[in-house]
Design a protein around this ligand. Structure first.
Ligand SMILES: [Fe+2]
Length: 438
């Protein structure tokens, strides 16, 4: 793969990056923040008599969260429809289904506002639906070539507010929506600031209903964002684009993302056991939701990298949960492989996880970090011991996975702090088959 980091490359006219930038939705956080959703919509310019769509799934209808949101909005004077057929890891067909619903109900123009309520899949369905309605055509038009047409989004569309019911994906603030392209067995992202929501309303009381297994899986995704954000390359190791519009959305770590990574790792590593083992612990849930938000602000600005790149082919072929896949891959990729990029940084990451690194070399500290991270997973009692236990993956499957990672995930691999080629990815997959003896 090409590696365009070097500022001493022989023939370029660009200079090193000197500027960083952060773009975020409005963020409203805290217990019963749901009760301020209507205020939030008004603040975004939505009229009193507007007609909106809540995009969610059937499970959240059954739990009662959808009714809570719908009643609140209707009491505030809005007309509200509900689309509750979002699919996990949405396919192109799933998005088209939601687009058909919008067209049938409201024609080409669509609704006056959208609310995405649920986990990452519901929120990504809402993000993609709003973007496609606003820009016309279909989802494949905006997925990067060669899978899609790679057309740029030029419009954001009417206000979109996202409300996560898991503490994990960071979809509520990220500029990316992930779709699976089933016929090609790959996952692809539509990546644009026009995909980003206008506001995120995060209410920990919506997360207490999440069962232990999903709490653990989504938490591992959040922790992955924080760790990848903390250890990715610095923003000024890239080249400065001549046009600021061409600055990538994943642009390296900055002093700001670093602060959020550190706080996220503290919050997540100190609360995940409590949240998994006692889902009603609202304080732990609040800390997890905050940790996931901070992890996303860090990792999904600085950039997810190798671990996420490897997770997408696995998720698409074996239909595993994203966070669980991240959990299986983190020890071999983010920790083992990448620690060579900056051992001292990994030693300080170990200390954030509570490891006493006194007297250790940075390399030993990185090993201790891996031990601590794996122990955390084991303590949660609901996660598999590696890719083999997760989905029956064996060494025979690794060639395909490594090839897919390199061929389809260049967007993420270019953010990795250590150069990586297909042979490396192959070996990391083999390492990740067994993180511990079950
Ligand atoms: Fe993720």
């Amino acid at each position: 793969m090409s590696y365009e980091r070097s500022v001493s490359a022989p023939s370029h006219e660009l200079s090193p990056e000197t500027v960083w930038h952060i773009q975020m939705p409005q963020i409203r956080f805290g217990r019963d923040a749901t009760d301020e959703l209507a205020f939030q919509l008004h603040d975004l310019g939505v009229d009193e008599d507007a007609h909106g769509l809540v995009i969610t799934d059937g499970n959240l209808v059954d739990i009662g969260h959808v009714e809570r949101v719908q009643t609140h909005l209707e009491d505030a004077g809005f007309a509200v429809d509900v689309y509750d057929e979002s699919e996990r890891e949405p396919s192109i067909a799933a998005i088209e289904n939601c687009l058909d619903f919008v067209h049938d109900e409201k024609g080409e123009a669509g609704y006056d506002f959208y609310v995405g309520l649920g986990g990452g899949s519901c929120m990504d369905t809402a993000k993609t639906t709003r973007a496609v309605i606003a820009n016309g055509g279909g989802p494949l038009d905006y997925i990067a070539e060669p899978t899609g047409e790679g057309e740029p989004l030029t419009e954001s569309g009417p206000p979109l507010v996202l409300m996560p019911t898991t503490a994990g994906t960071g979809a509520e603030i990220s500029p990316v929506s992930i779709l699976s392209v089933e016929e090609k067995e790959i996952k692809e992202g539509i990546s644009s600031n026009h995909v980003r929501a206008d506001a995120a309303v995060l209410d920990p009381t919506l997360t207490t209903t999440l069962p232990p297994e999903l709490t653990a899986k989504t938490a591992m995704d959040a922790l992955g964002h924080a760790m990848e954000g903390y250890t990715t390359h610095e923003y000024d190791s890239l080249l400065r684009p001549t046009d600021p519009a061409e600055r990538p959305v994943y642009a390296g770590r900055t002093p700001l993302t670093e602060m959020f990574s550190e706080k996220a790792i503290d919050l997540l590593s100190n609360n995940v056991r409590k949240a998994v083992h006692n889902g009603d612990d609202l304080e732990a849930r609040e800390n997890m939701l905050q940790g996931a938000l901070f992890g996303a602000i860090a990792g999904l600005t600085a950039g997810a990298s190798l671990c996420h790149a490897m997770a997408y082919p696995v998720g698409n072929k074996y239909h595993t949960y994203h966070g669980e896949t991240i959990a299986m891959l983190t020890p071999a990729s983010t920790i083992d492989y990448n620690s060579a990029s900056d051992p001292k940084r990994f030693a300080s990451l170990a200390r954030r996880f509570g490891v006493d690194t006194t007297g250790m070399t940075p390399g030993e500290a990185a090993d201790a970090l891996k031990g601590e991270y794996v122990q955390l997973q084991r303590d949660l009692n609901v996660l598999p011991s590696g890719l083999n236990e997760l989905a029956g993956i064996t060494e025979d499957d690794v060639d395909w996975l490594a090839k897919q990672t390199v061929e389809t995930q260049a967007r993420l691999l270019r953010c990795n702090p250590r150069p990586v080629v297909e042979e490396d990815v192959h070996d990391i997959f083999v390492d990740a088959l067994h993180n511990w003896e079950p």
